[in-house]
Design a protein around this ligand. Structure first.
Ligand code: GLP
Length: 244
C-alpha cells in the first residue's frame, strides 16, 4: 500500500490497530500486538496516543511484545528500547505495565537462551500475535534478524551486522560504543503473526523495499520471507515505493 506520505500512512495503520483493539474488547479478549522500535513507527505511536487522548481508545486489553532490544542494555539508558517505548507510547496510554514485554537487555549471558524460550512460550500461551508491526533495516533485517537468519529462526541473541551498527552509531557516541549484539524475536514468531504490517518511509528504503517485495525470497533479505505470509502488507510512502 502506497500513501502520499508517512503521516497519512501512519494514520491508516493506527486506525486498523484501533479497530482490532476494539473488536477484541467487544469479544472480551486480549489484543496481542507485536511492536517495533526505530524511527518508522513513531508517527503510528503518536497517532495511537492521539486516539487514546481524543477518542478514548483504551489499551487495557492490549498485551504487547516488542521485537528486540540491544544487549547488553540497561532499561533506563537513553538508547534502550524500553525507554523508547515508554516515551513514544506506553507512558501516554492506559496499557497495564504488566502487559507489555520488551526483551531484557540486563540478563547474564547464561540465562538468555531460557529467557528467549520463555518469551516465545508467553506469546504461544496467548494464542500468538494478532498484529505485528515491523520496520525494515537497510539490509532487509526485520527485528534484529540480520541477513542469513533462517525462516524458522527462534528468539535469540544475535550479532549485529556491521551495516546495522553503522546505522545505529549516530545514537551512540561512536561505532566503538554501539552494541555488538541484541536479543530479537525470531523470524518464525513473526511469520506466525496473524497479520503483519511493515512500515517504510523515504528514499533510503527504496532499494531494500524493491528487493524485499519483488526480489527472490532469500535469507539474505529476511524481509523477503514476508512474501510467503498470507496477510502481510508493506505500508510505504511514495519515496520508499519509488523503485517498485
Ligand atoms: C533497528 C530496529 C529495527 C528497525 C530498524 C529500522 O535496527 N531493531 O526493528 O526496523 O532499526 O529503523 P528505522 O525505522 O529507524 O529506519
Amino acid at each position: 500500500l502506497v500513501y502520499e506520505d508517512s503521516a497519512n500512512a501512519s494514520k491508516a495503520v493506527a486506525q486498523e490497530i484501533a479497530d482490532l483493539i476494539k473488536v477484541k474488547q467487544s469479544q472480551k479478549q486480549p489484543c496481542i500486538l507485536g511492536l517495533a522500535t526505530g524511527s518508522s513507527p513513531k508517527g503510528l505511536y503518536a497517532e495511537l496516543v492521539r486516539l487514546h487522548k481524543e477518542e478514548g481508545l483504551s489499551f487495557k486489553n492490549v498485551i504487547s511484545f516488542n521485537l528486540d532490544e540491544y544487549y547488553p542494555m540497561e532499561p533506563d539508558s537513553v538508547n534502550s528500547y524500553v525507554r523508547f517505548m515508554k516515551e513514544q507510547l506506553f507512558n501516554h496510554v492506559d496499557i497495564l505495565p504488566e502487559n507489555y514485554h520488551i526483551p531484557d537487555g540486563t540478563l547474564s549471558k547464561e540465562n538468555i537462551a531460557s529467557y528467549c524460550d520463555q518469551y516465545e512460550v508467553k506469546i504461544e500461551a496467548l494464542g500468538g500475535i494478532d498484529l505485528q508491526v515491523l520496520g525494515i533495516g537497510g539490509n532487509g533485517h526485520i527485528g534484529f534478524n540480520e541477513s542469513g537468519s533462517l525462516q524458522n529462526s527462534r528468539t535469540r541473541l544475535v550479532a549485529l551486522d556491521h551495516i546495522t551498527r553503522v546505522a545505529a552509531s549516530s545514537d551512540f557516541s561512536d561505532l566503538e560504543n554501539t552494541p555488538r549484539t541484541a536479543i530479537t524475536l525470531g523470524v518464525k514468531k513473526i511469520m506466525e503473526a496473524k497479520r503483519v504490517i511493515l512500515l517504510a518511509w523515504g528514499e533510503r528504503k527504496a532499494d531494500i523495499i524493491r528487493k524485499s517485495t519483488e526480489g527472490e525470497v532469500t535469507s539474505r533479505v529476511p524481509a523477503s520471507y514476508l512474501q510467503e505470509h498470507n496477510n502481510a502488507t508493506f505500508v510505504l510512502d511514495k519515496a520508499a515505493a519509488s523503485k517498485l
